[in-house]
Each structure stands twice: as C-alpha cells, then as structure tokens.
Design a protein around this ligand. Structure first.
Ligand code: IPE
Ligand code: IPE
Ligand code: MG
Length: 234
C-alpha cells in the first residue's frame, strides 16, 4: 500500500478535538490536551519513515488566549513537559524543531526550553517539525507588511520576496492539510501558505489520530488531482 502512496513533502495538522475527546470520557479538558501530545511521536516517526520532509502542528492560536486561564496554564505546562521529554526522540529521528508564531508572550521557562530544543536539534535534516505557537495567519501577514514598510530600501515585493517575511520562509507550502474533529474551517492557520494545499477533514478527535488515520488521509491525497489552475496530465 505504502508504495502506491503519493508522498507529500509537507503536511500540516490542525490538532483539534482534545476537549471533546476528554468530555466523551468524563475527563477534564486538560487530559485531552495531554493525550493529544502522546500520539505526536508516532505520527512524526511515521511521517519520517515514509519520506515526508516537513510536518507542521497547530498547537496554540492567538485566539486561544480567549480560553480560561487554567486551561492556558495547563497547555503551557503540557508543552513544557513535552519538550523536556521528547527532545531526545527528535535527535533519534533526525528531526529539527522549528517554531512558527510569536513566543514572546509565553512564560520565560517555556521560551528557554524551546530555545534549548531548537539548539539541540538544529543540525538535523531528516524531517523538520514545525510547531505553531501563538500563531495567527493574519498577524503573520501583517507582521510581514510592517517589516516591509519600515525598510526604506524595499519599494515593492513579489510573491517570492514576500515569502521571506513569513515565519515559514524556509519551509515549502503544505501539500496537505489535515484537520481533525469534524470542524470544516482554517481557524486562521497558514492563510497565505495554504493557497493550493489539498484539504482533508476527519471526524476523529486529535488524541485518536494515529498512523492508521494518517494513512487514510494519504490514500485520499493520492487520489487528488492537483491541477494548480492548469489541466490534468491525462
Ligand atoms: C485542540 O483541541 C487544542 C487546542 C486548540 C489547543 P481543543 O481544545 O480545541 O478541543 P475542542 O475543539 O474543544 O474539542
Ligand atoms: C484551532 O482550533 C487552533 C488549534 C488547533 C491550536 P480551535 O479549537 O481553537 O479552533 P476553533 O475555535 O474551533 O475555530
Ligand atoms: Mg477546538
């Protein structure tokens, strides 16, 4: 089966449904968030094994600050614990950590841990694991525009040169976006980069998303005819 799959270079994930996963089990929402980090390792390993070069996980949006303080604090702690535990696994997989988003409003302890994991994994080239933290597609674009207008030497931009002002400047656009939990929207994720991305939605809640579900998405992706505005080859 795997031989017949068309392998995307970059897959982005909107990891949604942690809260509903927990609710269904009469557990607090934070248990859903914890469970939603436990599948990451196997997803990254699977992606690496089949030759995907970039994965991007939406972990915290700028809009998520609207949530109760307790939940936000729990999310920060879960992320901190994840990085402390998983940086070794990143090394084993040859995975490089990259963050997209504005971390400056995150706790210093978390910022330091992230910086540490980035430093430790910076030489890895097998797969890049991008985590979107305090990320918003619109603010990313506005940030780019502000950088351009504050630079007197830039008189005009092209699509290619504008790319350099984005958090994703070193990453190709996603070929496939997967959103779990049955929501059919982008929630401000990678608005510029998703222009020609294939979209895949599944009702599975994020903590239940595993290699089998990932393969289902890839089977669907394999069937897609990516025309980019042109005509099919056949
Ligand atoms: C996704 O799960 C994780 C984050 C947004 C941080 P949710 O917490 O959005 O789970 P639901 O959508 O409420 O089920
Ligand atoms: C999107 O999920 C953000 C992340 C997965 C981090 P949300 O649960 O925050 O999105 P909405 O509110 O349903 O659009
Ligand atoms: Mg949600």
């Amino acid at each position: 089966m795997k031989n017949q799959l068309k392998i995307p270079v970059h897959v982005a994930f909107i990891m949604d449904g942690n809260g509903r996963w927990a609710k269904k089990r009469f557990l607090p929402r934070t248990m859903g968030h914890k469970a939603g980090t436990e599948n990451l390792r196997s997803i990254i390993t699977y992606a690496k094994n089949i030759g995907i070069k970039h994965v991007t996980f939406y972990a915290f949006s700028t809009e998520n600050w609207k949530r109760p303080k307790d939940e936000i604090n729990a999310l920060m702690n879960i992320l901190l614990a994840y990085l402390r535990k998983e940086t070794k696994a990143f090394l084993k997989e040859g995975a490089k950590l990259n963050i997209i988003g504005d971390m400056s409003s995150f706790p210093e302890e978390l910022q330091n841990e992230v910086a540490n994991s980035i430093e430790i994994t910076k030489g890895n080239t097998t797969i890049t694991v991008n985590i979107a933290l305090n990320y918003s597609g619109r603010s990313e674009i506005v940030k780019g525009i502000n950088e351009i207008i504050s630079n007197d030497n830039v008189k005009a931009v092209t699509e290619e040169s504008f790319n350099k002002y984005l958090y994703t400047k070193d990453i190709p656009d996603p070929d496939l976006l997967i959103r779990t939990s049955g929501e059919l929207r982008l929630s401000n994720f990678l608005l510029w980069q998703l222009a020609y991305t294939e979209l895949y939605f599944t009702d599975v809640f994020w903590p239940d998303f595993n290699e089998v579900e990932f393969e289902k998405a890839l089977v669907e992706y394999t069937k897609r005819d990516r025309r980019f505005g042109g005509l099919s080859d056949d």
